[in-house]
Write a protein of this length. Sequence first.
Length: 126
Amino acid sequence: MKKILRQKKGFTLIEVLVSLIVFAVGLLGFASLEIVAMRNMTLSKELAKANTYAQQMVEELKASTWDNIAVGTSAATDLENKFSRTYSVSKEGEIKKVTVTVTWTSATYGPKTVTIYTDFYSNPAV
């Protein structure tokens, strides 16, 4: 008697289950990366806004004359009910040193600060 050999076609149930598990683990890893990316994107937006608010204050001071830039510290300015901006000016000879600070609390990363330093000279040609 001859034995008839059947050809194996397709996958077994075990092979399908193992491949599904490997695929699911890969998807979970990708999902966790997506969450981290979303958090970092939110922080990047906040940093961009804070830098814009700080630079905006520098530009306002730049538009003033050197004599009109008062030495001292400004009161905090509330922006969008989230950001707080202050600036301080100190005088060293013919130079006024300006520090603009924007602070806020990030929902994900806690308290954050952006600071810009710049100098204004009494003689702009210097």
